[in-house]
Design a protein around this ligand. Structure first.
Ligand code: PEP
Length: 268
C-alpha cells in the first residue's frame, strides 16, 4: 500500500526498476567493400565500449566481410551476425553458406526470412522454418523476420497474416528472436506509428507464445522498418518491443550508435 506522508499527500508506489534487455541488430544488406567495412566495424567497436550491459548489439555484414569484421569485433561489445543461411550443413549447394560455416566464424545471430529474400529469392514460410531449425542446430540465434504488405494492412488482415507466418515459420523447438518488419516500412523512410507497433507487437507476442506454448516473454520481438536515432527511444519504450532491426541507419557509426544511446536513455 502507498504510504501516507505527514503532509497528507499519497506517495506514488516505487517505480519498477527492473531494466529490460534489448537487442539492436544492424543489417548491412549488400553493402560494404573491404576498407569501408573495416572502418565501420572499428568505429562501432570503439564507440560501443561504454554502453550498458542490458543493450545487446549485433551487426550482420555481407558474407564476404564476416571474417574480417569478426576479427575487429573480437573482444568488443558487438556480436557478429549474418543475413541468411542454407538449410543443410554442407553439400552440393553452389553459392550457399551453411549455418555451421557461420558458427565456425564465431557468428552468433543469423537473420532468416527477411522480406527481401522472400521477395527476390522466393523464400516461403516453410523454407524459413527449415533455416531457423538449421540455425538452432548450429547453435546460432535465428532472427526470423515477419511482416505484412501495405495492401494487407489496408485490408485489415495484418494480424491474421502475421499469425499465419508465425505458425509456419517458427519450428516447435524455436529458440531465437522474431523481427516484426512491416514491408511498407523497410527502406522507405516511413516508420510504423507507435500505436501500430504497440498493437502489432503485442499481437505477435501473444501469437508466438500460443504457437510455441511458452510464456509470452521468452521470445524477444524486434521492430524493424526505417528506424533512426530520432524515433528509437519511443519505439524501444514500448513494452512488447525487445529491440530493433536496423537497415539503412546501421551503415554509419553515428546513426547506429545513436540508436544504442537512445536505447540506453529509454530503458535505464
Ligand atoms: C531491414 O532491412 O531489416 C530494415 C529494417 O531496413 P531499414 O531500416 O533501412 O528500413
Amino acid at each position: 500500500m502507498p504510504q501516507k506522508p505527514d503532509d497528507g499527500t499519497v506517495e506514488s508506489p516505487p517505480r519498477d526498476r527492473t531494466i529490460r534487455r534489448c537487442l539492436i541488430a544492424g543489417n548491412w544488406k549488400m553493402n560494404g567493400l573491404c576498407a569501408q567495412s573495416r572502418s565501420l566495424a572499428e568505429a562501432l567497436a570503439d564507440g560501443s565500449e561504454d554502453l550498458p550491459p542490458f543493450i545487446d548489439l549485433t551487426i550482420c555484414p555481407p558474407f564476404t566481410q564476416i571474417a574480417a569484421v569478426g576479427d575487429i569485433l573480437a573482444g568488443s561489445r558487438i556480436r557478429l551476425g549474418a543475413q541468411d543461411c542454407h538449410v543443410a550443413s554442407a553439400g552440393a549447394f553452389t553459392g550457399d553458406i551453411s549455418a555451421a560455416m557461420l558458427a565456425d566464424l564465431n557468428v552468433r545471430y543469423v537473420i532468416v526470412g527477411h522480406s527481401e529474400r522472400r521477395l527476390h529469392h522466393f523464400e516461403t514460410d516453410e523454407l524459413v522454418n527449415a533455416k531457423a531449425r538449421a540455425a538452432i542446430e548450429a547453435d546460432l540465434t535465428p532472427i526470423v523476420c515477419i511482416g505484412e504488405t501495405s495492401e494487407e494492412r489496408d485490408a485489415g488482415i495484418a494480424h491474421e497474416r502475421l499469425s499465419a507466418q508465425i505458425a509456419t515459420s517458427l519450428p516447435a523447438n524455436f529458440r531465437g528472436v522474431v523481427a516484426y518488419e512491416p514491408i511498407w516500412a523497410i527502406g522507405t523512410g516511413r516508420t510504423a506509428s507507435i500505436q501500430e507497433i504497440e498493437e502489432t507487437t503485442a499481437h505477435i507476442r501473444a501469437a508466438v507464445a500460443a504457437h510455441l506454448e511458452t510464456d509470452d516473454k521468452s521470445v524477444p520481438i524486434l521492430y524493424g522498418g526505417s528506424v533512426t536515432a530520432r524515433d528509437a527511444a519511443s519505439i524501444l519504450s514500448i513494452n512488447s518491443v525487445g529491440g530493433v532491426l536496423v537497415g539503412g541507419a546501421s551503415l554509419a557509426a553515428d546513426s547506429f550508435l545513436g540508436i544504442a544511446l537512445a536505447a540506453q536513455e529509454a530503458l535505464s
